[in-house]
Design a protein around this ligand. Structure first.
Ligand code: BG6
Ligand code: MG
Length: 219
C-alpha cells in the first residue's frame, strides 16, 4: 500500500463546485466577443490559468488583441465569476471532502492546495476551510499553468514531502497530466479521467484508505 504523507487538492471542481461559475463567466465573455464556447471547450480550460484561458478563446475566434484589452477582458471575466460565486449559497463544499480532511488530520497527513486560481484563498475563507491547509499554492504563486507540474511541486516542497508520497486530487485533464509529469500519484474526481491512477465520480462516502487501495500504477 502506498505510504501517503500528504495530500494536495485542486480547488475548483474537487473541493468546491465553482467550475460551473468559471464556465458561465467565460461563456458570457465569449458570447460578447461572438466566439462560440462549448462545454467541450470548457473541459480544455479546467485547471488552466485565467490568461491561458483567454488566449484559448481568442485563438478560437481568430481575434488578435493588444495586452491592455486582454487585461480588461480578464478583469471582466473575473468580475462575472465573483458575481456568481459571491453568495455563500452559490459555493458549496463538494460531498466527501470534509470527512476526508478529518481523516487526514486524524492520521497526521498534511493537506495542501494546488490550484491555478487567484481566487483560491477567498473561496477557502468563504467556505471556512482555510485553516485546514498546511500549505496553499495558487495562481498567485506560479508562473506555469497546469499541465506544468509547478503548482504541485511547490506544494510538496512546502510540506517537505517528495512527490511519490503526495496524493493529488484533480478534476481536470490538465491537472492529471501535471501530477503525473511531476511524479505524483493522482486521483481523478469526475468522469472521463481514466488516465488518473484511480478515478471516482464523487469522493462522497470514500475513505482515504479505500482510495489508496484502488490506485493502479500499471499505466
Ligand atoms: C482553475 C479553474 O482552478 O483556475 C479554471 O479550473 C480557472 O477554470 C483557473 O480559469 C483560474 O482561476 P482564476 O480564479 O484565477 O481566474
Ligand atoms: Mg479543477
Amino acid at each position: 500500500m502506498l505510504n501517503v504523507k500528504a495530500c494536495i487538492f485542486d480547488l475548483d471542481g474537487v473541493i468546491v463546485d465553482t467550475a460551473r461559475h468559471h464556465f458561465a463567466a467565460w461563456q458570457a465573455l465569449a458570447n460578447e466577443l461572438v466566439i462560440p464556447f462549448t462545454e467541450e471547450d470548457n473541459e480544455q480550460l479546467k485547471g488552466v490559468s485565467r490568461v491561458d484561458s483567454l488566449e484559448y478563446i481568442l485563438r478560437k475566434g481568430n481575434l488578435i488583441l493588444d495586452s491592455a484589452t486582454k487585461l480588461q477582458l480578464m478583469d471582466k471575466k473575473n468580475a462575472l465569476y465573483l458575481g456568481l460565486a459571491e453568495s455563500t449559497t452559490s459555493v458549496d463544499v463538494l460531498d466527501g471532502i470534509v470527512p476526508l480532511m478529518d481523516e487526514m488530520a486524524d492520521s497526521k497527513i498534511q493537506i495542501g492546495l494546488g490550484s491555478s486560481s487567484k481566487n483560491a484563498r477567498m473561496i477557502l475563507k468563504k467556505l471556512d476551510l482555510i485553516h485546514r491547509f498546511d500549505t496553499i499554492v495558487d495562481g498567485n504563486n506560479i508562473t506555469l499553468s497546469k499541465p506544468d507540474p509547478e503548482v504541485f511541486l511547490k506544494a510538496a516542497k512546502a510540506m517537505d514531502v517528495s512527490p511519490e508520497h503526495c496524493l493529488v486530487f484533480e478534476d481536470a485533464q490538465s491537472g492529471i497530466e501535471a501530477a503525473k509529469t511531476g511524479g505524483f500519484p493522482v486521483v481523478g474526481v469526475g468522469s472521463g479521467l481514466e488516465t488518473a491512477h484511480a478515478s471516482f465520480e464523487s469522493l462522497n462516502g470514500l475513505s482515504l484508505e479505500g482510495i489508496i487501495g484502488k490506485l493502479d500504477f500499471s499505466q
